[in-house]
Write a protein that binds this ligand. Structure first.
Ligand code: AMP
Length: 286
């Protein structure tokens, strides 16, 4: 068994920056050296392997790496049955079927008998077969969105996040095939032989992900307003309530959803809170 764990991450493409941000936010210290093949983590027995996104699943499947970060769409496409430790909350996109904006096809069923170009042929084939829609899948590896204009296919199945690339290419989505985000995957052998080490990495990443959508709220208030303020604060657990030096005054601390903060502030003020602080949270371990 190797002494140090190996984590394979993408060396190119749109998963690179958010993946490096997650690893750094988790507190792993390493140098990227223009993403040469391998980086040694200084404060954990872990090596980071920078490889092509498309190769990550194979590396993890073969045991060359113990863990990997890759897109769910790629895992589904290869059909590899690797343990998924955790969805990572970034790299969100969907695999959607789309047709030229001026085409008359409205639904997925309207594609019966037509050609569908895609870089995800296995996923598309399975999807249409399950719905008993007989389409002709044309596998292509890049620039899928130009296939209809080239006369290669009547429709495409491609990754979409905002939909602006589709619109720029004169295409209109007609149905979703798959929702995808970045995943932390593991090798079967590593899961069996090194469960505690995998759990340590997983917990590190999970703590960052859990903290990302949350804020720490602190405020002062008259103790007589506690019930009213508590009713406004949704937190998972009850807030911490701390008596202040001034008689009859308390401090309330609570963890709330970041999206809810702007809605909460005026209500908390109206209910008697003052000196409200909104603080970032680095990590949450439930
Ligand atoms: P890339 O290496 O940049 O082609 O993309 C690698 C992975 O990023 C894809 O397999 C998806 O899992 C993910 N991804 C997230 N958003 C998008 C998007 N809008 N288009 C393509 N890929 C995306």
């Amino acid at each position: 068994m190797r002494e140090r764990l190996r984590l394979a991450v993408p060396n190119k493409g749109r998963l690179v920056e958010p993946t490096l941000a997650l690893l750094h936010d988790a507190g792993l210290v390493f140098e990227e050296h223009d993403r040469s093949l391998i980086a040694r983590v200084q404060n954990f027995a872990l090596d980071i392997l920078f490889v092509r996104t498309n190769d990550i699943i194979e590396f993890v499947g073969d045991g060359v790496a113990d863990l990997g970060i890759t897109g769910q769409d790629l895992l589904v496409e290869t059909g590899a049955e690797l343990p998924v430790l955790r969805p990572l909350g970034y790299g969100r996109c969907r695999l959607a079927a789309a047709v030229p904006s001026d085409a008359t096809y409205r639904t997925l069923e309207d594609l019966a008998g037509l050609r569908v170009a895609t870089a995800h042929p296995e996923t598309a084939r399975r999807f249409f077969a399950e719905r008993r829609i007989a389409v002709d899948i044309i596998p292509i590896s890049g620039a899928v969105e130009v296939a209809p204009r080239l006369g290669l296919a009547e429709a495409i199945v491609d990754l979409v996040s905002t939909g602006s690339t589709l619109a720029m290419n004169g295409l209109r989505p007609i149905g979703d095939v798959l929702a995808s985000e970045a995943l932390l995957i593991a090798g079967a052998a590593a899961c069996e032989e090194r469960p505690a080490e995998l759990a340590a990495i997983d917990t590190m990443l999970a703590a960052v992900i859990a903290a990302r959508g949350r804020k720490y709220l602190m405020m002062n208030a008259p103790a007589s307003h506690l019930a009213e303020l508590e009713a406004i604060l949704p937190g998972l657990e009850s807030p911490s309530v701390i008596p202040l030096a001034h008689a009859g005054m308390i401090a309330i601390h609570s963890v709330v959803d970041a999206d809810a903060v702007w809605g909460l502030l005026p209500r908390l003020k109206a209910a008697g809170a003052s000196g409200i602080l909104v603080l970032p949270i680095e990590k949450i371990v439930p």
